[in-house]
Design a protein around this ligand. Structure first.
Ligand SMILES: O=C(O)c1ccc[n+]([C@@H]2O[C@H](COP(=O)([O-])O)[C@@H](O)[C@H]2O)c1
Ligand SMILES: Cc1cc2nc[nH]c2cc1C
Length: 345
């Protein structure tokens, strides 16, 4: 699938926005990172009065072949489906934070190993009942990979049509920190050992075993193109987020990047389309140890660092009010001229 993504770095609105920000009734730079966020969103929207409309978080759920064994993951695979029901019943952390911050929430079955039947609130984008175990064969085939990218893109297209211009992505998938570590190592060239961490709570001995198992899987394949990594190491939810990020950038939406797994999907998108970074705001630094290194690789600093490592898009949901504050000061604060306040000499 092709994505036509423009860079936003050099558009003409930048000077107007900088002037506007510097003339608010505050010392120059005194709103710190909020000023950078306001500038970024103004540039993305090519407007000196940007608006945040229908903020939405899409949570993609998928299962992983490797997780069936329960060695790289402390929680059993069944938790993925159980958490999907929890999302649908409004009981998960992401439900609570989205409700608190007036963010729309959509839950997508990207490939959970469970038959949900027909549930109107659940978007059925199931590629298969979980990926294959990449210890013995690629996580997905080319047809599944292409279908996942397209589904992610289609859901973002539909969400944009509904009036959304700021979007965050979340995921749920027992075992997906393993996929994310493999992808991280592939795209950043950081040694795999440094990319593998505790996930949902492995102790140090178990992390060593996870590193050993993943090293073997990593060395098993010789990848020929940069998109192969997603196909070989999965999962469906990560590939779908990849397509979703690329479509959101094509549609000039502001993209809120969550934690370790979503950033792994972004690394893949960034490899083929480096322009995507112009549309991204990094919400938080995950407690998963590899995340800081991913951020260093991308040279990005997130808004908050609360030691969260939950996934589901919770970092994006919690950081959203800060983004809203950035847009609010840009649109609603008085300038030195209108307030009759003296500027610096
Ligand atoms: O977003 C993160 O940074 C993050 C870090 C660690 C774990 N998670 C979540 O935990 C699950 C994967 O953990 P694991 O140990 O099963 O690989 C998956 O559902 C993720 O949403 C998420
Ligand atoms: C309970 C639970 C909730 C989650 N939410 C995202 N990943 C998760 C993993 C577990 C184990």
């Amino acid at each position: 699938m092709n994505f036509d993504i423009a860079y936003v770095s050099d558009n003409s609105i930048e000077e107007t926005l900088r002037y506007k920000i510097n003339n608010k009734t505050k010392p120059i730079g005194a709103l710190g990172t909020l000023e950078e966020v306001a500038l970024r969103i103004g540039k993305i929207q090519n407007s000196e009065r940007p608006v945040l409309s229908n903020p939405t978080i899409l949570v993609f759920a998928g299962d992983h072949g490797i997780a069936k064994k329960g060695i790289v993951n402390p929680y059993p695979q069944e938790v993925t489906a159980q958490m999907v029901y929890n999302f649908l019943n409004g009981g998960a952390a992401i439900n609570v934070f989205c409700k608190q911050n007036n963010i729309n929430l959509k839950i997508i079955d990207a490939g959970v190993n469970h038959d949900f039947g027909e549930i109107p609130e659940l978007i059925n984008a199931k590629i298969a009942f979980g990926t294959k175990n990449y210890e013995s064969e690629p996580a997905m085939n080319a047809r599944q990979y292409n279908a996942a990218i397209k589904k992610g893109a289609d859901i973002v297209y539909q969400t944009h049509k509904e009036g959304c211009n700021i979007i965050g992505f979340g995921e749920m998938g027992i075992g997906n920190t393993s996929s994310a570590s493999l992808l991280m190592s592939y795209y950043t060239k950081i040694p795999l050992q440094e990319c593998v961490g505790a996930g949902t709570g492995l102790d140090s001995e178990a992390i060593k075993l996870k590193q050993k198992i993943l090293s073997k899987a990593y060395d098993k394949y010789t990848l020929s193109t940069d998109t192969d990594a997603l196909m070989y190491y999965g999962g469906f939810e990560i590939a779908m987020i990849n397509g979703a990020i690329l479509k959101a950038a094509e549609l000039k939406m502001t993209i809120i990047i969550d934690g370790f797994i979503v950033t792994a999907a972004l690394l893949a998108a960034h490899c083929t389309h480096p322009q995507v970074l112009d549309y991204c705001i990094f919400a938080h630094t995950s407690g998963e140890q590899g995340h800081q290194k991913m951020l260093d690789y991308l040279k990005k600093e997130p808004l908050i660092n609360l030691g969260m490592r939950l996934g589901e898009g919770t970092g994006a949901a919690v950081a959203f009010p800060l983004i809203a504050s950035a847009v609010a000061f840009l649109n609603n604060m008085a300038s030195f001229e209108t307030a009759g306040v003296s500027g610096s000499e």
